[in-house]
Write a protein that binds this ligand. Structure first.
Ligand code: ATP
Length: 438
């Protein structure tokens, strides 16, 4: 375990050193458990989000997207059950008053070693704010604790404008806020994070098989996402079938996909069959008819819903943990999937003070920028530049040398993982790199 926590420290330190993730508000002494994505982190995170949007929204005929407001009408949270139920049991050390989530309680208080804790009190995780200048109860509002509810609240508008027929899904990516009692483990559990969620609507099932088939379809999709897109080894993922007596109040079946993080096996994503719980409650609460009309029979009904949900920040963390390789401590490598790497390719002139090399390398650099995110490096020697790019996961390094300008119009393309260095014609370079991204 010591070794594993050590791995976490190394990843956090690499993230800071190379500009993936910084401590938030650091010049003011930081702010506990707040993290900012730096120049490389934002690229990695955006690549994950774009890969998800492309795979699950753009490339599917049965899906549409939305981007809803972060602060919704408070009645939404009344109807969804969040105001009443979205709470964790909070206990306090009797000696030093350090607070813990009861289900994550250590044997002894981490602050003072005390062993006596208070009775559990339920603590609502929603962040509260006020709309407008008057801080009165009537103006209380909440930052959304999940993106999901907007898909139910907007269901009718989406239906009327997109004219989708069942089964179909609504997808959204965006921030969610939870006043977590015990945030921690870097970007694993924070109070402000991003989610990518799908509410997939189906006809009211006639039997268990009807919804289970769709559930299993999404289970397969989530597995394929983890292995094919994020590059996670399947043996590093554990599927936890949540026992019936531990299911959330709205769920008939839930699978938690847990990842072997360095600090322990913990939830990465979830998949739940939410029945018609949400749409039914919003219909009752809003007193609006948000039912679906079957185009063939004209019958009106409330669809049921399967919900696959992904945390963006936990995706970033899992990808980093999986990719990190310091088997040679002199040459740390992030084996990031090529599509996710912050830079797809780096371009170097062999020597920085030879104008003909620099000029040609700039040309190659500018040309590749039309297709990829490209890094430029002319510091130190080529070996050092390779190491530097390996550490941030750049799959290809392109070097312009004397043969390029004097002889063959080819460049050396060094592969991060195989270390092969074929010579490739500049005119074929972009296609050569694109092939690796398919
Ligand atoms: P946990 O049991 O870890 O608190 P949860 O079961 O409450 O998570 P969900 O409500 O299912 O989580 O949220 C969906 C996804 O959002 C999670 O699978 C996770 O990837 C992400 N997520 C939830 N809470 C956080 C958080 N505090 N920080 C970062 N990501 C989070």
């Amino acid at each position: 375990m010591a070794e594993k926590n050590d791995l976490m420290d190394k990843i956090v330190s690499l993230c800071k050193r190379r500009g993936f993730v910084f401590p938030g508000s650091e010049i003011y002494g930081g702010m506990a458990n707040s993290w900012d994505y730096g120049p490389l982190g934002v690229e990695l995170k955006n690549n994950i989000k774009q890969a998800w949007w492309s795979r699950f929204v753009k490339q599917r005929d049965d899906m549409v997207g939305i981007d809803a407001a972060l602060i919704m009408n408070p009645k939404v949270w009344q109807a969804s059950g969040h105001l009443q139920n979205f709470s964790d049991p909070l206990v306090e050390c009797k000696k030093c008053h350090m607070r813990y989530r009861q289900d994550k309680l250590p044997e002894k208080c981490e602050g003072c070693g005390g062993k006596e804790f208070s009775e559990a009190k339920m603590f609502n995780l929603m962040f509260q704010t006020y709309i407008g200048p008057a801080q009165e109860q009537a103006n209380v509002a909440y930052f959304r604790p999940e993106t999901a509810q907007a898909m139910f609240v907007d269901f009718k508008n989406v239906l009327d404008t997109s004219r989708k027929q069942l089964p179909f899904g609504i997808a959204q990516q965006g921030k969610a806020f939870r006043n977590e009692i015990t945030p921690g483990n870097f970007i694993f559990r924070t109070r402000e994070f991003e989610q990518m969620e799908i509410e997939y609507f189906i006809k009211p099932p006639q039997n268990d098989e009807d919804w289970n088939n769709v559930f299993e379809m999404w289970r397969g999709e989530m597995k394929a996402w983890m292995t094919e897109v994020l590059g996670l080894k399947w043996e590093h993922v554990h599927e936890l079938e949540v026992p019936k007596d531990e299911l959330a109040h709205y769920s008939k079946r839930t699978i938690d996909f847990e990842y072997h993080f360095p600090f322990g096996v913990s939830e990465l994503y979830g998949l739940a069959y939410r029945t018609d719980f949400d749409l039914k409650n919003h219909m009752e609460s809003s007193k609006q008819d948000i039912r679906y009309t079957d185009p063939q029979s004209g019958e009106k009904f409330i669809p049921h819903c399967i919900e696959p949900t992904w945390g963006v920040d936990r995706s970033v963390l899992a990808v980093l943990c999986e990719a990190y390789d310091d088997s040679n401590p002199e040459n740390i490598i992030l084996h990031l999937p090529a599509k996710l790497a912050p830079y797809t390719v780096a371009v170097f002139p062999l020597l920085k003070n030879k104008e003909q090399l620099v000029g040609k390398a700039r040309e190659v650099y500018k040309d590749l920028q039309k297709h990829f995110n490209v890094a430029w490096d002319d510091r130190g020697n080529v070996g050092k530049r390779y190491y530097s790019q390996d550490e941030i996961g750049t799959p290809f390094c392109v070097t312009v040398d004397f043969d390029t300008v004097e002889k063959d119009d080819c460049v050396t393309v060094r592969n991060r993982d195989t270390k092969e260095q074929p010579r490739i014609k500049i005119s074929e370079l972009a296609d050569y790199i694109k092939k690796s991204l398919q």
